[in-house]
Design a protein around this ligand. Structure first.
Ligand code: NAG
Ligand code: NAG
Ligand code: NAG
Ligand code: NAG
Ligand code: ZN
Length: 963
């Protein structure tokens, strides 16, 4: 799946507007993880509901020995092909009000081991066969008689259809299981589900699917494990005037007897996993082209296609596909590549083989409304999903415990594919901000976990779902980038190519990839300190990462497990005692040196550092570790930053800031040293170091924006950002055009964002002027890149009139990205009554869609004035919110973390504890651990503020007085 699955929309947008509440968001992620972990340890016998959230109290596990009580399929039956016909009804049944689908399916399977029980996955399906059993069994070989069914039932907890037979299936024989069934076409975003939207005042319904990880069994009975690959013959019945799509091309149409519609019969699929299936019925239209015989189509709502919103996606898909063919040295395995934008979609996108599904914001682009950030998201997410067409789909990991390799790989190479489509963007550099720094924050906590899990620890659907986290995606991407770097890209892709060739249409485990990379290493003349396997084990089998400490006085180099909270308890033991085999690339005073490896706890650097030399390690942040130095080397680095910062590569300038702030949080270096890394920013023009600084200063805003530190901090930051603001003002001819470069476009937004935030009047006036022009002329001339930030500032400066105008525009927006920008900006108002009314709107689905309710509350809490209002609101409405919005797995922890992330006083701590006690009866569902972690975080914040407030205040004062 695309990354949107674990990075909530909330986080993405708030990050753009406020310069990233990255840490809080990341803590929220780790909270979800550990909360799921805790839950699964408790509730061994509770059926997980959709999204992996269960509100049922723990029950004592019953002793279970029957096959159907186990979550994994026995190895006795192996499917060869399925024949599935599905008929979704796009109007509700007038009697029941339900949307349903009906289906028939047959599966032909081979008996690999004698058995008298058939288990096949099935969830929330009702069986309608006209005999006494739920399914019928026949034998393929006419001389073999199939045993008859003795009893059949649905084992709801483990999600099986169970058939007990009166005799054994014979080893080596083929059998066919026939079923007829009905399911609900619910709006629950999983399995076969419906998505609704309004077009020309008319409600329209789309039937679509999201199978990964375990919801194919909600669409038809199937052996729903990734290693149970089979061929699928798919038929869809639908009204004429609608289009049916599936993984493969259409074979033929026919007219069913049952209704006046059409039957679309698809060519059989390649041998594939169930989680990659897709079926869609809609009245969408499309645009297409053909590249080297591969048909490429982009589908979306008719008005979106008419407005050419699919054009950008179509333009870049061909080149990215060609890039991956070259990269993998393997031609695209399918005859067509469809991509479709859906109004309701849970993840960012899903890599169904040949029919990729997307959120509208992840596929549709409109020059008049989309920012460069929207555009980049489209390029990277398309690239991510296309990368899966080989890595994941052609060769599939055998079981979900290796999910990190599938998602980490796609999350790494998505940058390579996007770079091919947009070579001027330098998009590859952004992995440092978007993945490495982001996941460092999670992976530095005691509650982190290793990339690799044991197969036996991942059994239940909820355990599988919880693997779709920042560790799998972003740490996976980071360590694979490091691996590709020290192997060199040639060796890396060589191993990849032979791996894909060996396991095509089959399954593998992560060690198979290491073996192929080792073969490529052996065929080269490369020298590594150990095998690929042994080096990578240290990164894959233990959680966390090292801080490498280099003492330039003594030449010693050492490593230790980096923990954000040095007092963390409960760190699990590691097979490598938290040491890593670390590749170290470094430079001395601007000159790159021969790379070195750190294999044990400590070693020595190979070059002498003397006089004014400085040493900088982890060049271009290709290594997955932080670096600390002796004070003398820090001082020389700071000096270099302030005198000639360009001698230090741009990614390392971002690294110095991020490492310093985090080493300070971990009490390894003083906070003042971290603040000193921001002193050179008045000379910095590059985006990545600025963004890194703003991410780290966000914590200071949260801790101090209601205290006496705020004024001097604002003065300091305004002083630092003013030159940047002037720089972009000149570059853009007084804001009359946007900068050419992608990074410059981003940094222009940062310049405006921080200038306005720190009260630079010229900036705020600009926001008011542009927004008023829009209100007066009804023509919006604000460039899409600047809209989110300009709307926010204009609404903050304005009153009811501005707010009402934004609301009207929000309700009438013709593209999802524009509505998103307005929805977050409306939370920026400083009028408490408007904020309170907006909070009330979140409880009315006619005002704010359910899926957007909790993120809207969090936007309001991000506003320093909205903070306490949102907290009061959540406390007052907890019971209602809990019952209305209990379904989404991330929303509760995001909500609780979002409204409490500023907490840093004893009083707030007491309120939080009271909140926990008052609602013990109602409960906190998926937010349970978030409540406890918020209490922990508040205690840590109180401590941090007590220890740092004086110093920080003095530092900001001194920095603003001195000039
Ligand atoms: C699939 O089933 C339909 C009837 O449900 C049948 O007409 C068709 O021949 C079957 N196809 C295969 C490949 O078995
Ligand atoms: C499973 O659920 C169905 C429908 O809700 C019910 O009819 C059936 O009895 C349940 N099966 C078991 C074993 O509890
Ligand atoms: C399936 O059966 C259950 C129990 O009888 C019923 O509540 C549900 O509505 C049925 N679902 C469909 C889609 O018919
Ligand atoms: C797509 O490509 C065409 C042809 O190169 C170009 O004219 C058009 O502007 C591109 N559209 C987008 C949205 O990039
Ligand atoms: Zn993915």
């Amino acid at each position: 799946m695309g990354k949107g699955f674990y990075i909530s929309k909330t986080v993405g947008i708030v990050a753009v507007i406020l310069g990233a509440g990255a840490l809080a968001a990341i803590i929220a992620l780790s909270v979800v993880y550990s909360q799921e972990k805790a839950k699964n340890n408790n509730n061994n016998n509770v059926l997980p509901t959709d999204g992996g959230t269960t509100l049922t109290p723990p029950v004592t596990p019953a002793p279970s020995s029957e096959l159907w009580d186990k979550y994994r399929l026995p190895k006795s039956l192996v499917p060869h092909y399925y024949n599935v016909t599905l008929w979704p009804r796009l109007t509700a049944d007038p009697a029941t009000g339900l949307y349903i689908f009906t289906g028939q399916s047959t599966v032909e399977f081979e008996c690999a081991e004698e058995t008298d029980v058939i288990l096949i996955h099935s969830n929330k399906l009702n069986y309608t066969r006209q005999n006494s059993h739920l399914a019928t069994l026949t034998s393929v070989n006419p001389v073999v008689t199939a045993p008859s069914v003795k009893s059949s039932w649905l084992q709801n907890v483990t999600q099986y259809l169970v058939l007990q037979l009166d005799g054994k299936l014979a080893k080596g024989e083929m059998y066919i299981l026939h079923t007829d069934f009905t399911g609900e076409l619910a709006d629950d975003l999983g399995g076969f589900y419906r998505s609704e939207y309004i077009e020309d005042g008319v409600k329209k319904v789309v039937a679509t699917t999201q199978m990964q990880p375990t919801d194919a069994r909600k669409a038809f009975p199937c052996f729903d494990e990734p290693a149970m690959k089979a061929v699928f013959y798919i038929t869809l019945i639908h009204d004429s005037g609608t289009v049916a799509l599936s993984n493969n091309e259409i074979n033929f149409f026919s007219s069913p007897k049952e209704n006046s519609g059409v039957k679309t019969v698809f060519h059989p699929t390649k041998k594939m996993s169930t989680y990659l299936l897709a079926f869609i019925v809609s009245d969408f239209s499309f645009i297409s082209n053909t590249i080297d015989g591969v048909l490429i189509r982009i589908f979306a709502r008719k008005p979106a296609i008419a407005a050419k919103q699919g054009e950008y996606a179509l333009n870049i898909t061909g080149p990215i596909l060609k890039f991956f063919e070259k990269y993998y040295n393997s031609s695209y395995p399918l005859p067509k590549s469809d991509q479709i934008a859906l109004p309701d979609f849970n993840a960012g996108a899903m890599e169904n083989w040949g029919l990729i599904t997307y959120r509208e914001t992840a596929l549709l682009y409109d020059e008049a409304f989309s920012s460069n950030s929207n555009k980049e998201r489209i390029a990277t997410i398309i690239s991510h999903e296309l990368a899966h067409m080989w890595f994941g789909n052609l060769v599939t990991l055998r079981w979900w415990n290796d999910l990190w390799l599938n998602e980490g790989f796609a999350s790494y190479v998505e940058y390579l594919g996007a770079h091919e489509a947009e070579p001027d963007w330098n998009v590859k550099d952004l992995i440092v901000l978007s993945d490495i720094h982001r996941v460092f924050a999670v992976d530095a906590l005691a509650s982190s976990h290793p990339l690799s899990s044991k197969e036996e620890d991942i059994q239940k659907p909820a355990q599988i779902s919880e693997l779709f986290d920042a560790i799998s995606y972003s740490k996976g991407a980071s360590v694979l980038r490091m691996l590709s770097d020290f192997l060199t890209e040639d060796v890396f892709t060589m191993g990849l190519t032979t791996y894909l060739a060996e396991f095509a249409f089959g399954n593998a485990v992560y060690k198979d990839l290491w073996n192929h990379l080792q073969m490529a290493v052996n065929a080269s003349d490369m020298q590594l300190p150990d095998t690929v396997h042994n080096i990578m084990n240290t990164w894959v089998l233990q959680m966390g990462f090292p801080v490498v400490t280099i003492n330039t006085n003594t030449g010693s180099i050492a490593q230790q497990h980096f923990l954000l909270d040095p007092d963390s308890e409960g760190i699990p033991p590691s097979p490598f005692k938290y040491t890593w085999i670390v590749p170290i690339k470094w430079m001395k005073t601007g000159v790159e040196q021969t790379p070195q490896w750190l294999e044990k706890e400590s070693s020595r650097i190979s070059t002498k550092i003397s006089g004014s030399d400085w040493l900088l390690a982890n060049l271009n942040v290709v290594g997955y570790y932080r670096v600390n130095y002796d004070q003398g080397n820090w001082d020389r680095l700071l000096n270099c930053l302030s005198t000639s910062h360009q001698l230090i590569p741009v990614l390392n300038r971002a690294q110095l800031v991020d490492d310093a702030f985090n080493l300070a949080r971990a009490k390894i270096i003083p906070t003042v040293l971290a603040l000193n890394t921001t002193k050179y920013l008045n000379n910095e023009r590059d985006y990545i170091p600025w963004q890194s600084s703003m991410n780290n200063l966000e914590f200071f805003y949260l801790m101090f924006d209601r205290s006496e530190v705020y004024g001097p901090m604002q003065d300091y930051l305004r002083k630092q950002v003013t030159p940047l603001f002037e720089y972009y003002k000149n570059m853009t001819g007084n804001w009359s055009k946007v900068p050419d470069g992608h990074m410059d476009q981003y940094n222009q937004v940062n310049a405006i964002s921080l200038a306005c935030r720190t009260g630079l009047e010229e900036c705020q006036n600009l926001a008011k002027l542009w927004f008023n022009q829009w209100m007066e002329t009804n023509k919006n001339h604000i460039h899409p890149n600047l809209r989110a930030i300009m709307y926010c500032n204009a609404i903050a400066a304005g009153g009811a009139e501005e707010w009402e105008f934004a609301w009207l525009q929000f309700k009438n927006a013709s593209i999802a990205t524009e509505a998103e920008k307005l929805r977050s900006a409306m939370a920026c108002t400083k009028q408490p009554w408007l904020l309170n009314r907006y909070l009330e709107y979140t409880l009315d689905p006619n005002m704010i869609r359910k899926q957007d309710a909790t993120s809207t509350i969090v936007y309001i809490a991000n506003n320093v004035i909205g903070q306490s209002l949102a907290w009061d609101f959540v406390r007052a409405q907890w019971s209602y919110i809990f019952h209305q919005y209990g379904g989404g797995s991330f929303s509760f922890s995001n909500l609780i973390n979002g409204v409490t992330k500023r907490f840093s006083t004893e009083f707030e701590l007491q309120q939080l504890k009271q909140f926990k006690a008052d609602n013990a009866q109602v409960g906190f569902g998926s937010g349970t651990l978030a409540v406890d972690q918020s209490i922990e975080r508040t205690i840590a914040n109180i401590k941090w503020v007590a220890e740092n407030k004086e110093n920080v205040l003095d530092w900001f004062k001194a920095e603003t007085k001195s000039k």
